[in-house]
Design a protein around this ligand. Structure first.
Ligand SMILES: [Zn+2]
Length: 76
């Protein structure tokens, strides 16, 4: 079974890279892409390949998608 991954390159037109720290990336959603977890448009997407992650509390709801080698945090 192939894993369904969220590929930023499939959404390159809609996402803007805000920060790239190597093992983490922060993307801004510029065209109202839907979050894969709740299917509502998200504000920002953090992608992390780190094992341990801690975040400042976002202003609202956030959704987490787990893949085999990274996590994706969608803020709303
Ligand atoms: Zn969501």
């Amino acid at each position: 079974m192939t894993e369904q991954r969220f590929d930023v390159h499939d959404h390159r037109h809609a996402l803007k890279l805000r920060k790239d720290a190597g093992d983490t990336e922060l993307w801004e959603n510029r065209e109202g892409l839907d979050c894969p977890a709740c299917e509502e448009p998200f504000d920002e997407l953090l992608i992390s390949e780190k094992r341990h992650n801690s975040f400042n509390p976002p202003g609202g709801r956030f959704c987490v998608v787990r893949e085999s080698d990274r996590i994706l945090v969608f803020t709303h």
